[in-house]
Write a new protein. Structure first.
Length: 508
């Protein structure tokens, strides 16, 4: 098996030419014969280096507007021939095919063209055929050929060649082949996703290039990695790396805050809001959100939809928190936070988030649409003799937004655009309610004139009875229980109002 191979002939065909010059200059200095396609050939010529047009090798011009230029046995024979097989060697000698032992390709920018909103015709033309074939051929024959399929590898190869007298080792070539198949499979996945938008085939395919190794997973004995581009979504202004649990909470926080347009602050623990308020100013929103449950707020993830000013930052800084997310910060506020080096301060960038979500379970994956349903007042049916007041309807809408982002079973109490208390993640609805009542009481909130929202229907009238006795004046629930009437009768008996939305908001 061949091990160290000295490069004699190279084929170079790259869409973006940046970063290429030092490598080709080195190759030319070493006496490597360079073959190249139109634009790349011109680029090499402009560097004042000798280069042979691929047309001179194949004896064919580039045809069909560049759709066919390297697709020729003289090129692919030169790449794919096995240097240790006498039959292959006899054939390449017979057909006068030069051995090509280095291939450098940068593919047509397909994903970028889709992202930039190119027309269908422009996108189709960006499906690289020759380049992807060169990559696959050279990677398959890594035993004898070096494949560079990403400009990220130019400097690594240059470094290796310089240190190793113009040669590469088998292990290095195999590593480049792995990178190359990563490039080609990612490229094809992007093409598939584009074609799969209409009448999608039910297959699960994801290819994410960026990865971040996390300190650990959910617990220190579990390993964890985040696949995705965090830097695109957030600018980190201060603090340590986000942990697995931070990321889970940040995701929940972002989904929750996006329900609100007025200045709003939310405090989350383990993906559930333990404080949330909408107020005319961000400072007031912070104070009222914190008042909901200042005990749970310790070590929480904080999010707001408005700029954090110095006055608000000064208040926030009195609390120990893990992560703060805002669309912008006054520079003085950032300076203040920087005094505590571990506090993660994220500035959220305007990036559209996926409308799908999936998770692994058993040996498979479940995917669903995100819960983007939001019920307005006109989607609420008053089912009791008494209708809620306008103020109560506003609070019911507010409570419904929180319920949607809280672990089931959940009950949420709201008064005047402030979360007063919630019961979260309970195995029975009545337990969620009891937890909410106890919490409201322990932080000094009266439930008089407050409203209650439930993520799913009431199977029995007990919740309505308990909540009415605690002082709430209006209830929102999806309805749909065969015993709905029992809860409605209880509301009528207690003189409170109830609306149904027809939309359940389970969150598991
Ligand atoms: N058609 C072919 O035979 C072919 N061979 C190489 N390419 C691509 O042509 C591009 C470089 O073209 P140029 O050197 O003319 O700028 C590279 O992105 C390469 O992946 C081709 N183009 C598309 O398929």
């Amino acid at each position: 098996m061949s091990q160290s191979i000295k490069i004699k002939n190279a084929l170079i065909s790259v869409y973006y030419k940046d970063g290429l010059a030092p490598l080709v200059q080195y190759l030319a200095q070493q006496g490597v014969t360079l073959f190249s396609t139109g634009g790349t050939e011109q680029f090499i010529k402009d560097l004042g280096l000798p280069v042979t047009a691929v047309e001179d090798l194949t004896g064919y011009p580039s045809i069909l507007g560049g759709r066919v230029k390297t697709l020729h046995p003289k090129v692919f024979g030169g790449i794919l021939n096995r240097r240790n097989l006498s039959d292959d060697q006899a054939q390449i000698a017979q057909y006068e095919i030069p051995e090509i032992d280095l291939v450098i390709v940068d593919l047509y920018p397909f994903e970028e063209t889709v992202k930039a909103g190119g027309t269908d015709a422009e996108i189709i033309e960006k499906i690289d055929i020759g380049g992807i074939s060169l990559i696959r051929a050279a990677a398959k024959n890594f035993n004898d050929v070096v494949i560079i399929a990403s400009k990220d590898s130019y400097s690594t190869l240059l470094d290796q060649l310089t240190r190793q007298d113009g040669t590469t080792t088998l292990a290095q070539r195999k590593a480049y082949a792995k990178e190359a198949f990563h490039t080609s499979s990612h490229y094809d996945t992007a093409i598939f996703e584009y074609f799969n938008e209409e009448e999608p085939l039910h297959v699960f395919k994801q290819s994410i290039k960026q990865a971040q190794t996390l300190r650990y997973g959910e617990n220190p004995h579990q390993q964890g990695t985040f696949y995705g581009n965090l830097e695109e979504m957030f600018t980190k202004l201060n603090g340590k790396e986000l942990s697995y649990n931070n990321l889970v909470d940040v995701d929940a926080a972002v989904s929750l805050i996006d329900e609100f347009t007025e200045p709003t602050f939310a405090i989350l623990k383990h993906t559930n809001a333990c404080g949330l308020a909408s107020r005319p100013t961000v400072l007031e929103a912070w104070k009222d959100a914190l008042a909901c449950d200042p005990v749970s707020a310790f070590g929480g993830v904080l999010i707001t939809n408005k700029e954090v000013d110095l006055a608000t930052a000064t208040e926030i800084n009195n609390l120990f928190f893990e992560v703060l997310i805002a669309p912008s910060y006054q520079p003085e506020a950032v300076e203040l936070f920087k005094a505590k080096k571990n506090r993660v301060i994220l500035q959220r960038n305007e990036v559209e988030l996926s409308k799908k979500q999936f998770k692994t379970l058993l040996n498979g994956v479940i995917e669903q649409d995100k819960d983007l349903s939001l019920e307005a007042a006109d989607q609420m049916t008053v089912v009791t003799e008494k209708a809620p007041s306008d103020a109560a309807i506003q609070d019911l809408i507010f409570a419904n937004k929180i319920v949607k982002h809280t672990k089931s079973n959940t009950i949420v109490f709201v008064k005047d655009n402030v979360l007063i208390a919630s019961g979260v993640g309970q195995t029975s609805r009545v337990d969620a309610l009891k937890q909410a009542i106890v919490k409201a009481d322990s932080f000094g909130f009266s439930l008089q004139e407050s409203v209650m929202a439930s993520d799913a229907f009431f199977p029995f009238p007990d919740c309505v009875e308990l909540a009415a006795d605690a002082g709430i004046v209006a209830v929102l629930q999806p309805g749909g229980s065969i015993k709905d009437q029992d809860s409605i009768d209880m509301a009528n008996q207690k003189g409170i109002s109830m609306v149904t939305t027809g939309v359940r908001h389970f969150k598991h």
